[in-house]
Design a protein around this ligand. Structure first.
Ligand code: 9MR
Length: 362
């Protein structure tokens, strides 16, 4: 079994005072001394989601924050193949059951992430496996997992991150090699549909706003898959935003995406202040960077709000408070001072919060 990232998260929580101090580097944040943020779910006429992990369920502060702010939960790790799928194609549902039960006990909608992901399941789904066995195990995995939670999930990311990194075509992966580049995706959707007729089934990917070429490839892929008979019920844009992209680019993606007519899930929103890789030295003040961040998050929230109501599936952030983010964790980006979410470490509004509230008109 892989290391439990929720255990690491616990360590991050224990280290919170340090992270908190570093976080105050962006201390021009005028709200940092203010009261708790008003409930995020009160801002919107559509579901507001955030991630959760088993390691957080025993933390009363996190639980209170989730109860206050969200109407939907996406288990961040427990429903993935890397957690459920064991050697010899055995399954372990102990963590996934706990998350789904907890979400329902709290009266939340539970969103499933994810059934098929090019980077997972690779210990057992290998090129060496005879194709007939590969196909049978693939079908069994998707239908068993989706079927186990039949009627209990509001939706599933059926296939995650199918488009190539740079947006040039589809990813090469073992699933594509064994079952066909688009055929494996169609197959996964059909299996999921048969196993859970009511869940909305999503094609989910990232960098769709950050990289217009990838956004376009993704939307054309969704169109082709629909023509091939894949029961795609919605499209998920992870929205790990690059805050430096030009104004208008996010709006452009949402306009093109809306034309498909499907519900859209902002499925993993965050908006890091720090970029990957060595770029030009950044001479801007923290306040200028915050303004850049707020502008892009505001554009995204406005673009989502501009969708017809029936196309606004949900608005989900990847973590609730800054300290809940994968970006601060060791197994994520290991940046303890990152501030990439709507709420600060203590549950007060970050500057982007108001931009979202304004966009949602509350
Ligand atoms: O945040 C998740 C992290 O805790 C896990 O270790 C990692 C691998 O399972 O996945 C992270 O979540 C990713 C999501 O599943 C897909 N899009 C990118 C997310 C951040 O890496």
């Amino acid at each position: 079994m892989p290391a439990d990232p929720s255990g690491l998260n616990r360590r991050a929580l224990l280290a919170a005072p340090l992270g908190l101090a570093a976080c105050e580097r962006f201390a021009s944040v005028p709200t940092s001394a203010g009261p708790l943020a008003p409930p995020l779910k009160s801002l919107a006429p559509f579901p507001i989601g955030a991630t959760g992990m088993t390691g957080q369920l025993d933390d009363p502060v996190w639980v209170a924050a989730m109860r206050r702010h969200v109407s939907q939960i996406t288990p961040e790790w427990e429903l993935k193949p890397e957690r459920i799928l064991q050697s010899g194609f055995a399954y372990d549902f102990s963590a996934s059951d706990r998350m789904v039960d907890w979400g329902h006990d709290q009266g939340l909608r539970v969103f499933g992430h994810c059934l098929v992901w090019y980077s997972q399941g690779l210990d057992v789904f290998t090129d060496a496996l005879p194709t007939a066995r590969f196909a049978a195990e693939f079908d069994r995995y998707v239908s068993t997992v989706a079927g186990r939670y039949r009627g209990r999930m509001v939706g599933w990311d059926v296939v995650n991150e199918a488009v190539a990194e740079d947006g040039d075509g589809l990813r090469d992966c073992v699933y594509a090699r064994k079952l066909g580049a688009e055929a494996y995706i169609v197959r996964a959707f059909q299996q999921a549909r048969a196993a859970d007729p009511d869940a909305v089934l999503f094609l989910n990917d990232y960098n769709l706003e950050n990289n217009p070429r990838k956004g376009a490839t993704f939307l054309r892929l969704a169109e082709r898959l629909l023509k091939l008979g894949a029961p795609i019920g919605g499209i998920g844009t992870q929205s790990h935003l690059d805050i430096e992209i030009p104004a208008g680019q996010i709006r452009g993606f949402f306009r093109d995406a809306a034309a498909l007519g499907l519900p859209i899930h902002v499925s993993e929103l965050d908006f890091p202040m720090q970029r990957d890789g060595g770029r030009m030295p950044d001479l801007r003040s923290p306040a200028e960077k915050r303004a850049q961040q707020v502008a892009r998050v505001g554009e995204l929230a406005e673009a989502f709000m501009a969708l017809p109501a029936r196309q606004r599936f949900a608005f989900t952030t990847w973590g609730l408070r800054d300290t809940d983010s994968w970006l601060v964790r060791e197994e994520g980006k290991n940046r303890p001072d990152e501030s990439a979410l709507l709420l600060d470490a203590r549950g007060r509004p970050n500057p982007a919060y108001q931009a979202v509230a304004d966009a949602f008109g509350r």
